[in-house]
Design a protein around this ligand. Structure first.
Ligand SMILES: [Ca+2]
Ligand SMILES: [Ca+2]
Ligand SMILES: [Ca+2]
Ligand SMILES: [Ca+2]
Length: 203
C-alpha cells in the first residue's frame, strides 16, 4: 500500500513548519524523526480511506508481518479546544495480533495530559505497513503507514471532510495512549495547525 510520495500532505505545526518530535534520538523505532526536508508526519485522504505516515528511526517490525511491541499514533483535537483531546488513533503493535485502535477521550473533567489513556476504544478496519526509506533523515529510517476506513472513522468520531481538526503525534509503550517521543512535552498549545482529514491546512 505504499503510495506515491507526492500524494501525501505534510501536516503543518502551529508555526506552519512540518509537525515534529522531541528529538529523543534513541535511534530505535520509537524515535520519531524528521526535519523540513524529511517530515515526521503526513496525512492523506483519497475519498475512501484516510492515511497517516510517520517517520521512525529504525524498523518498527520484529518480523515481516509483526510490529514490535510498541505503538505509534496521534491525538486529534476535533472541538477546537486543545486543553482536551477527543480522539486517539493508534497502531498497536503490543496487542497480538497487531491492531488499529480508535480511542475516545470523554472524561472532560479529567483531561490529564497526553499520556492519559482514552476512555472508550473502538476497532476500525485498516492496513498497517512499514518500509525502509532512502534518502531520509538518518540511517535505517522507516516510514510507518496507517490506512483506515473513512466511513468507519466518520461513523465512530463524527469527523468528516468538513471538520477542522488538529494533530499531536507520538510513539508509546502503551496500547491506550501515546507516552514516548511526542510532538511536545504537553499537548496544550502544541497541536498542529487546523487541517482537514486530507492534511491540508484549513484555517
Ligand atoms: Ca525523535
Ligand atoms: Ca535512523
Ligand atoms: Ca479538544
Ligand atoms: Ca506485534
Amino acid at each position: 500500500m505504499v503510495k506515491r510520495s507526492n500524494t501525501w500532505n505534510i501536516v503543518p505545526d502551529k508555526n506552519n513548519d512540518p509537525i515534529s518530535d522531541l528529538q529523543d534520538n534513541s535511534g530505535n523505532s520509537r524515535d520519531i524523526v524528521g526535519n523540513s526536508t524529511y517530515p515526521d508526519f503526513y496525512n492523506y485522504y483519497d475519498g475512501t480511506d484516510i492515511y497517516f505516515r510517520m517517520r521512525v528511526s529504525a524498523s518498527p517490525l520484529q518480523t515481516i508481518s509483526n510490529f514490535s511491541t510498541f505503538s505509534w499514533g496521534l491525538l486529534i483535537d476535533s472541538n477546537q479546544n486543545d486543553s482536551h483531546y477527543e480522539w486517539l488513533v493508534l497502531l498497536d503493535g503490543i496487542n497480538n495480533p497487531d491492531r488499529i485502535r480508535v480511542g475516545q477521550k470523554t472524561n472532560i473533567n479529567n483531561p490529564g495530559v497526553y499520556t492519559v489513556a482514552a476512555d472508550t476504544f473502538y476497532t476500525i478496519t485498516g492496513t498497517i505497513s512499514a518500509n525502509a526509506v532512502s534518502p531520509s533523515f538518518g540511517v535505517n529510517d522507516h516510514l510507518l503507514d496507517i490506512k483506515i476506513s473513512k466511513s468507519e472513522f466518520t461513523q465512530i468520531t463524527g469527523i468528516d471532510q468538513n471538520t477542522r481538526i488538529r494533530y499531536f503525534i507520538g510513539s508509546s509503550s502503551s496500547s491506550d495512549s501515546i507516552n514516548y517521543d511526542t510532538t511536545a512535552t504537553s499537548y496544550t498549545g502544541n497541536f498542529s495547525s487546523f487541517v482537514n482529514i486530507n492534511g491540508v491546512k484549513c484555517d
